[in-house]
Design a protein around this ligand. Structure first.
Ligand code: IVH
Length: 677
């Protein structure tokens, strides 16, 4: 085997492993490999493809994030993407069923319906030619959509190459249709980050998804994890299916993500029961849904029923009652967040929205209020979408009472009275006082939470008392608390006081990632905190890092780097960290075994070339590193040892010229043994 064919074989293996892992994770929801293993495979694949650019193929998992596009091209399709007729209650659903049965006459006897969730996302058509993803387009007006292939390739779990089912070839052409979504959880997190950074939040997950799909640079899309559920067909050549059930089964065989909750029914009563059941589950689902779609299962019957101009007669969107309501604004309050951002909140006359009593709605920021012109006393239209807290959508101006005034953001922080500040390029207004009790309160709440230092027994009521009584003015104060301090608090017996202090003591050692998350630095959510901890390994290293150092790390963008660097550069923050340290606070990273200082690899530089047979190159490199060695990427006079696998090429020649020690795989294994002996 030549070095190239060895690399090709390894590349194929890695791609398969990564694709499989993605499929199990995103489509089957049954992860089988760790993130670390996945990262290792991906890095090895990237390295091999960099060494052998001629082996890069469009379906390689490394190709999910391509180059930015200049503009979105139009796509004109042959089979229009239709819309659905809506039904808003059970009577309308029944009426639709009866109409259908009448229309079909005798043929209605074997009628089977299928039901799927109605996903509240953005519809997309993805084209596969001979199994390869070649194009993806938005619906647009149904006929003409926009080419968003570059972003669609970043959709988690959507295969770049279809799986090949046993004994069958891929359809020559397959236009798959479905809905693209971003989970509620990610939506909330992203919006919080936008708000923290003083940017405009998105109104709901659908808007976020739509905006993401239309970005020109796929790097943006990669950061906002989109998913897709495939439920329909455009054109297809070489796919013989006769029912919706068969279609979804074929999709599954081809490795496409399909709706989890698909069911079939013979009668409308069972269907209505399913509709009620899905409605009851709505708030607990990870994705936004706004109803249930009923479809005639058999394609032959669909043909008979045909379509109207914009929607098929064979399907119906059974919408859930709107998550919207009208109510009155009793007051406009200001909340101060942990980064000092002032968020206006409408205090509402309590009202039922989608089964939940709502008495508050966020107004986001001053721009939003000005745009809507919300005033105290107004009747407003509110909506719950993706978020736990609803938002004000519009004002019913006709109902505005006399004598109201436009709302103005306060010039002083309502909590501490400090004059507020507004950065030029931001909409957010902030209280600049790091000691502002509201800021401290939110900051402490975050720091002691499960994602942070995870201090037992530290509930919101306790935090409030500690801050109100001035016992905790910043995070360092938490670690100064004594049993005497806390026994004075309401509902705090000796026993619980001792327990609390013990909890604080135990939390003097905090994993670095959670400590970082708990600091509440703008843009540092749990994922970024983990990445930072993994790359920098100590608080000291992070304190010393410049914005450029931070940006040099994979997965850390400019905005994050700037935010982190400026947080650590701020003297008040440095002083806070010093005080925490003085109170015995220590951060830990997952213990790495100390580097070995003896043995054949200690302090030696090693390079691998050619194809190893007993292990992957990555594994071999790990073993060397574990034994105190360093891996080089090229032959130079600094190299101590070259390990050659099969079909080694120019590196071997160069090493021999330089007189560097060369060993084969067998000898390398001997050395490993010796080093462990
Ligand atoms: S079938 C010709 N199934 O709802 C019928 N649509 O309001 C095509 N949608 O444009 C649609 N979940 O974007 C179908 N399980 C589902 C759906 C679904 C969401 C969307 C789709 C469609 C819109 C119509």
């Amino acid at each position: 085997m030549s070095e190239k064919s060895g690399a090709a074989a390894r590349i194929a293996k890695l791609r398969q492993a990564i694709d499989d892992a993605n499929h199990r994770y995103y489509v089957l929801s049954r992860p089988t490999v760790s993130d670390a293993q996945w990262d290792t495979w991906m890095r090895e694949l990237q390295q091999l493809e960099a060494d052998h650019p001629e082996l890069v193929t469009p379906e390689s998992p490394t190709q999910r994030v391509g180059a930015p596009v200049v503009g979105l091209k139009k796509v004109v399709r042959d089979v229009p993407m239709l819309s659905l007729e809506n039904a808003f209650d059970e009577d309308e659903i029944r009426a639709w069923g009866e109409q259908l049965t009448n229309f079909l006459g005798d043929a209605a006897s074997g009628l089977v319906f299928s039901a799927e969730p109605k996903f509240d996302g953005v519809s997309l058509e993805v084209t596969y030619e001979d199994g390869l993803l070649t194009r993806a387009s938005t619906r647009g007006d149904g006929i003409t959509g926009e080419d968003v292939t570059h972003n669609a390739k970043t959709i988690r779990g959507l295969p770049l190459k279809l799986a090949k089912p046993h004994g069958r070839s891929w359809p020559k052409l397959l236009e798959v249709r479905g809905e693209v979504l971003i989970a509620k959880q990610e939506f909330r997190q992203l919006n919080q980050e936008l708000l923290d950074a003083g940017d405009e939040p998105f109104a709901n997950p659908r808007n976020l998804t739509s905006g993401t799909l239309k970005q020109l640079d796929p790097k943006q899309a990669k950061r906002r994890p989109m998913r897709m559920f495939c439920y329909g067909l455009g054109r297809a050549d070489g796919l013989d299916v006769t029912t919706q059930r068969e279609l979804l089964d074929r999709f599954v065989e081809l490795g496409l993500p399909t709706p989890a909750g698909m069911t079939t029914f013979g009668d409308l009563d069972a269907m209505l029961a399913a509709y009620r059941e899905l409605h009851a589950k709505r708030d607990t689902l990870p994705f936004e849904i706004d109803g249930m779609v009923i479809k005639v299962d058999t394609f032959a019957l669909r043909e008979r029923l045909g379509t109207r101009s914009r929607s098929p007669r064979w399907a119906l969107a059974c919408k859930f009652p709107a998550q919207q309501a009208t109510t009155t604004v009793e007051d406009i309050l200001i909340q101060v967040g942990r980064t000092g951002t002032l968020t206006p909140v409408a205090a509402l006359a309590p009202v039922q929205v989608g089964g939940v009593t709502v008495s508050r709605a966020t107004l986001h920021n001053a721009d939003q209020i000005a745009k809507l012109d919300v005033r105290k006393g107004d009747t407003v239209f509110i909506e719950r979408a993706g978020d736990v807290i609803p938002r004000v959508v519009s004002v019913v101006k006709e109902k505005r009472p006399h004598g109201t005034h436009p709302f103005r953001m306060p010039e002083r922080c309502p909590t501490c009275g400090t004059a507020v500040v507004k950065a030029e390029d931001e909409v957010a207004v902030r209280c600049p006082n790091v000691g502002c009790p509201d800021r401290v309160l939110r900051q402490v709440e975050l720091f002691v939470s499960r994602g942070g230092a995870d201090i037992d027994g530290f509930g919101p009521k306790l935090v409030q008392q500690l801050v109100e009584r001035g016992l905790v003015k910043d995070l360092a104060d938490i670690y100064r608390l004594t049993v005497d301090d806390v026994t004075e608090l309401d509902r705090m017996g000796d026993k619980s006081a001792a327990k609390l202090i013990a909890g604080i003591d135990a939390a003097r050692t905090v994993p670095l990632s959670r400590f970082l998350f708990g600091l509440g630095i703008v843009h540092v959510g749990e994922t970024v905190a983990e990445a930072l901890a993994e790359r920098f390994e100590s608080l000291a290293a992070l304190r010393a890092a410049t914005q450029d150092d931070l940006m040099a790390e994979k997965g850390i963008g400019e905005e994050v780097a700037r935010s982190v660097a400026s947080w650590f550069a701020e003297p008040k923050n440095r002083e806070l960290l010093d005080r925490m340290e003085a109170h015995g606070v220590r951060t830990t990273t997952i213990a790495k075994k100390p580097a070995r200082t003896t043995g054949p690899f200690a302090n030696k530089t090693v390079l691998f070339t050619g194809t190893l047979t007993g292990q992957t190159r990555q594994e071999a490199e790990e073993k060397v590193k574990e034994r105190g060695g360093r891996i080089l990427k090229a032959v130079s006079k600094n190299l101590d040892l070259l390990v050659v696998g099969e079909d080694a090429g120019s590196k071997l020649k160069k090493a021999q010229e330089l007189g560097i020690r060369v060993v084969d795989e067998a000898e390398f294994l001997q050395m490993l043994k010796a080093s462990d002996g």
